[in-house]
Design a protein around this ligand. Structure first.
Ligand code: KG4
Ligand code: ZN
Length: 358
């Protein structure tokens, strides 16, 4: 029964993240959170064994200092990411979590990473948090899906990607444009927002995927071609390699690319919404909560695109604060709380990482 204290951690990829949540009767309160991200800008990608070493070095000391600096609170529930993600990274977090759950003699809730992303806006109880049933557009490095959630345990994937995830495509394109960094999507977003933009030919639009003939009615995303087209874009100008182009040209191409990628997402989302109304799944007369979460939800162009989305029903948009879009422990703690309070009390003590988890 409330109040109770939750210790949560997330380690599915390259972020070691931990947090403390006070589950009060009046709502959840974030007591503390800490995060340490593996620096892999030089490698141009995350190497699993490096990520594992990072979690092994970082997680336990993060937990230790967080507990110490918060007066060693009594812990009543431990939550950790079980998947999907890198097997070794997940294993590192789960093992720390199991040790803590054994020591405190409390339950361990293993959490689906994407459930964490999609439930995040429900943590922030400003009277406006999304209520079931609600829709979520999950956009991250590993996922691109539109989901209809009826309860904490009931989620229908309405649209999924047939190839790579949008974050993956965005990262590859950013690299083709000569950008470097840990969070390439963020670099691209910022690069496109600041500085001069060259004039480029109007016909330099990236062909919209899945719009021809039968595919036009399909409820699917596709992003692979954005990544594969990029290295060929400079040929269109009969110029030097893309990454050697002046900044203004690269910025113009980046802007076009972002506009086109997010236009594709909004077209397919509109199509799915129309379908839901036609099928009577969501009533036309009521507005519906619409969450946009996951790392790419931090993107400024995506945010403005969704704000002007053509929808047959009024949408109440929810974007987590930028800090809670990318991977963090709060989302795992909150999803664990929702699961726990829904009566999912199966012990996570024998949980094995699920690298792939539909
Ligand atoms: O959710 P997340 O932190 O990790 C996964 O679960 O994948 O998402 C990371 C992805 C990366 O592809 C990153 O480049 C992208 O989110 N990202 C962005 C932005 N910030 C992060 N993509 C576009 N615009 C941003 N502002
Ligand atoms: Zn994520």
């Amino acid at each position: 029964s409330r109040p109770y204290n939750v210790l949560a951690m997330e380690s599915s990829c390259d972020d070691s993240a931990v947090c403390l949540i006070d589950r009060l009767e009046s709502g959840p309160k974030l007591v503390d959170h800490r995060k340490s991200t593996l620096n892999s800008a030089k490698e141009g990608g995350i190497i699993p064994i490096d990520a594992l070493a990072h979690h092994l070095q970082q997680l336990a000391p993060l937990v230790q200092s967080m507990l110490e600096e918060n007066g060693r609170p009594k812990i009543d529930l431990v939550c950790a990411t079980q998947g999907p993600g890198m097997f070794s990274s997940l294993a590192a977090g789960l093992q720390v979590a199991k040790g803590l759950a054994v020591a405190y003699n409390v339950p361990l809730i293993p959490v689906h990473h994407m459930l964490g992303h999609l439930l995040t806006p429900r943590f922030f109880t400003n009277g406006q948090s999304p209520t079931y049933p609600f829709l979520s557009l999950l956009v991250s490095g590993g996922h691109t899906m539109l989901v209809l959630s009826a309860s904490v345990t009931s989620h229908r994937v309405l649209v999924d990607t047939i190839d790579i995830a949008v974050g993956n495509a965005v990262d590859k394109c950013a690299r083709s444009l000569g950008l470097v960094g840990n969070m390439l999507g963020k670099e691209l977003d910022e690069f496109c927002r600041t500085g001069d933009v060259a004039q480029i030919p109007d016909d330099l639009n990236f062909p919209l995927p899945l719009e021809k003939r039968a595919a036009a009615s399909s409820l699917a995303f596709s992003f692979a071609h954005y990544a594969s087209i990029m290295p060929r874009v400079s040929k269109k100008f009969a110029l030097d390699p893309l990454e050697e182009q002046p900044e203004e040209i690269r910025r113009a191409i980046g802007k076009r690319l972002q506009a086109d990628i997010f236009h594709h997402i909004s077209r397919k989302t509109t199509r799915a919404l129309n379908q839901l109304v036609e099928d009577g799944v969501i009533p036309k007369t009521q507005s519906i909560d619409f969450v946009c979460a996951g790392g790419v939800a931090a993107n400024s162009v995506l945010r403005s695109t969704l704000e002007t989305l053509k929808s047959p029903v009024p949408l109440k948009l929810h974007f987590p604060h930028l800090e809670w879009c990318t991977d963090n422990a709060l989302m795992i703690g909150w999803a664990g709380i929702e699961m726990y309070e829904a009566g999912i009390k199966n012990s996570g003590m024998a949980a094995v990482p699920l690298a792939k988890w539909p």
